[in-house]
Ligand binder design. Sequence first.
Ligand SMILES: Nc1ncnc2c1ncn2[C@@H]1O[C@H](COP(=O)(O)OP(=O)(O)O)[C@@H](O)[C@H]1O
Ligand SMILES: [Mg+2]
Length: 311
Amino acid sequence: MIEDYRAAYLREKTLRKQAEQMLEDKSRELYDSFRKLQQAHDSMQENQKALLHNEKMASLGVLSAGVAHEINNPIGFIYSNFCTMSEGMSDIQTFVFTMDKLVNSDADGEKIREAWREGLTRYDVEYLLMDFESLTSETIEGLERVKQIVADLKSFTREDSGEMDLVDINECVRGAVNILSNQTKYHAQVHVDYGELPKVKGYFGKLNQVFTNMIANANQAVDENGDIHISTTYNNGYIEIRFQDNGHGISKEHLNLLFTPFFTTKPVGEGTGLGLSLSHGFIEEHNGRIKVESEIGEGTTFTIFLPPADD
Ligand SMILES: Nc1ncnc2c1ncn2[C@@H]1O[C@H](COP(=O)(O)OP(=O)(O)O)[C@@H](O)[C@H]1O
Ligand SMILES: [Mg+2]
């Protein structure tokens, strides 16, 4: 009887040991596959980051050629203005020094007055002073243009911090319009209508990238002298940002593919096929959505809906 009991006990002990072993094997396997999954997830996130960076860099490549030209132009006339002003300045200096000498000599009043009148004509002082005025204001304007270009570039390359900010959508759209103006201005008429909007809680850099891509796409879709209408409005609790072009339009088959990564109808070097897929992700991240309407030969309208920040 005792023997039976002991045998049963031993059998039970072996079974339990086996079960424990099995459990341990299983949990090790589970842990291993969990680790593998985590690694796969991490590397996918890395890839996604790299893609995002690529699209930005590709657009930046196109932009920087235009930006260099855009900065070069005001820098050119600022330089030439300063040369002109410096020549004029030395004439005025000579005139002032001559007069100073004369005033401090024992020359009589009439002689001084005559030298003054003669000098004013000889050095064209009146003209120089008027010229200074216009050269200075033109120079300030040029410097402001350069400043604006740099600010727009900065807003385009702005890295978002991890935190969402309160974003002024109009400012964000304006940055995108400006940064692309050197591409659009030879090709299309851009009309922008800014409505009064509440702020959005989100990432300025990502939204700016979305808007930049929308305008770049529209610009690539229109013929010479095409029209691009951009508007921002606040309707039924949503901010609407509309990009409307009268370009070549999108075929029915392509409409379903637009947001697929790498879908592009553009030649290599012109399109990455990532703009809309990234835009889609970014807008979802802001709890918004994108609507597309297009008619072949008529044009395309992209409308982005974003919820305002709760106050
Ligand atoms: N405004 C538009 N008009 C016509 N086609 C467009 C427009 N916007 C996007 N598309 C189409 O969608 C494709 C994908 O756009 P996108 O994701 O920005 O990539 P990419 O611009 O690099 O091609 C474009 O290649 C083009 O065929
Ligand atoms: Mg694009």
